[in-house]
Design a protein around this ligand. Structure first.
Ligand code: CU
Length: 355
C-alpha cells in the first residue's frame, strides 16, 4: 500500500516536471534559447550564477556524506572523542576566502552587465539632419494590454510589437494604472513598468520571427497586476530593416487610406467603438483601448485568444468572460445585432497593413 503511494507521488512529481520543461524547448518563448545579444548576456549570467550555486551544493553534499560515512559512532566506537579544534587559522581562512572569491566571480560580471544593459546614452542621438539615429519605442502597460508608440515615426500600435532585427531598439516603459512588467523571455527583460517613473533599456533582436510557431516571439506581463494578469500577453514580430520600413510606411498610410473591408461594419464601429479605439496607425499613446489599425495582422484577439472570426465575436459579446476585470464593455444583441456583428467582424479583420 505505502509502496504504491510512493510510486504515485514520484510519478506526479515527474509529470509536473515534464509540464514545466515542456516550455523550455520552444524558441518563441524560451529564455534558454536566447534570440539576441541582451538575452545571451542575461543567459550567460544565469549559467554563471547557477554554476556557482551548483558547485557549492555539490561540495557541501560531498562533505556531508563523507562526514556521515566516516564518522559513524558504530565505526569509531562508543568512547570516541573527536578532536577539539579551536581557533584554527587555516579553517577560518578557507571558509572566509572561498565565499569571497565566489561572490567576486559572481559580482563583477553581474555589476558590469547591469550597467551595460541599462546603458541608454545613445537613445536621444540624432544625425546631422536631426533625425533620430536609433529606434525608440514607448511602451505603456495597461490593464490588461500593451500599447507601443514610435514617437519619432508618429505611429502607434498595440498588442503586437513590430521591430527591426540586428540593431538596438530602445524602450521607454511606463504603466498607466498599476505596476506591470515587460518581458520577452527569448529576447530579454524583465523590466518593471511603473506608474511614477519611466524605466529605460534596450534590446536587440537577432532572429527573424518568421518561421517561429505563430511567426512571433511571445511577450508577457511579469508582475501580478490583477485577475487577468496571466492573460496580459503580447507578441513581437521581428523583421529585417527594409521590411520594417515598409511596415512603418504602411502604418503611416492608414491615416490617409483607411482599409474598409465592410462599409456597414465601419458604420457600426463608428457608432459604438470609436470612442475607445482608433483605426488609424498614426497617433500617440493614451487611447482607452488598443489601436486597431493593424488588428487584421495580429495573431491573437485581446492578446491571447486565437485570431479568428468566432473568437472576435465572442470577445465583443462578452469581454468579461474572457478577460475578467478588463475595461471594455460587452455588447449584447440589443446593442449590436447578429447581422451587424458579422459586418463589424469583417471590417475589423480587414484592418491590415502587412502585405
Ligand atoms: Cu500586467
Amino acid at each position: 500500500m505505502i509502496k504504491g503511494l510512493k510510486k504515485w507521488r514520484l510519478f506526479s512529481l515527474l509529470a509536473v516536471f515534464a509540464v514545466f520543461l515542456a516550455g523550455c524547448g520552444q524558441e518563441q518563448l524560451s529564455t534558454f534559447q536566447p534570440a539576441g545579444q541582451v538575452a545571451k548576456d542575461q543567459f550567460n549570467l544565469l549559467l554563471l550564477a547557477s554554476g556557482i550555486m551548483l558547485l557549492v551544493i555539490i561540495v557541501v553534499v560531498i562533505i556531508y556524506l563523507v562526514a556521515l560515512v566516516r564518522f559513524r559512532r558504530s565505526k569509531l566506537g562508543e568512547d570516541h572523542m573527536p578532536k577539539d579544534v579551536e581557533g584554527s587559522h587555516t579553517l577560518e581562512l578557507v571558509w572566509t576566502f572561498i565565499p569571497i572569491v565566489l561572490i567576486l566571480i559572481l559580482a563583477v560580471p553581474t555589476v558590469y552587465y547591469t550597467y551595460k544593459l541599462g546603458d541608454v546614452k545613445a537613445m536621444g542621438a540624432v544625425d546631422e539632419d536631426g533625425n533620430a539615429e536609433n529606434l525608440v519605442v514607448d511602451v505603456t502597460a495597461k490593464l490588461y494590454w500593451w500599447e507601443f508608440e514610435y514617437p519619432d515615426l508618429g505611429i502607434v500600435t498595440a498588442q503586437e510589437l513590430v521591430v527591426p532585427t540586428d540593431e538596438k531598439v530602445y524602450f521607454n516603459l511606463i504603466a498607466a494604472d498599476v505596476k506591470h512588467s515587460f518581458w520577452i523571455p527569448a529576447v530579454g527583460g524583465k523590466i518593471d513598468t511603473n506608474v511614477e517613473n519611466v524605466n529605460k533599456f534596450y534590446l536587440s533582436f537577432e532572429k527573424e520571427s518568421e518561421g517561429l510557431k505563430d511567426g512571433v516571439f511571445y511577450g508577457k506581463c511579469a508582475e501580478l497586476c490583477g485577475p487577468s494578469h496571466a492573460l496580459m500577453d503580447f507578441k513581437v514580430k521581428t523583421l529585417p530593416r527594409d521590411q520594417f520600413d515598409d511596415w512603418v510606411a504602411a502604418m503611416q498610410d492608414t491615416a490617409e487610406n483607411p482599409v474598409v473591408a465592410n462599409a456597414d461594419g465601419e458604420e457600426v464601429f463608428n457608432q459604438s467603438c470609436i470612442g475607445c479605439h482608433a483605426v488609424s496607425g498614426v497617433g500617440e499613446s493614451g487611447a482607452q483601448g488598443p489601436n486597431l489599425a493593424a488588428f487584421g495582422d495580429r495573431n491573437r484577439v485581446a492578446g491571447f485568444l486565437e485570431h479568428d472570426e468566432e473568437n472576435l465575436k465572442a470577445w465583443i459579446r462578452d469581454t468579461q468572460k474572457h478577460k475578467p476585470g478588463n475595461i471594455m464593455p460587452s455588447f449584447s444583441e440589443d446593442q449590436i445585432s447578429d447581422e451587424d456583428l458579422d459586418a463589424l467582424s469583417e471590417y475589423l479583420l480587414g484592418l491590415k497593413v502587412a502585405k
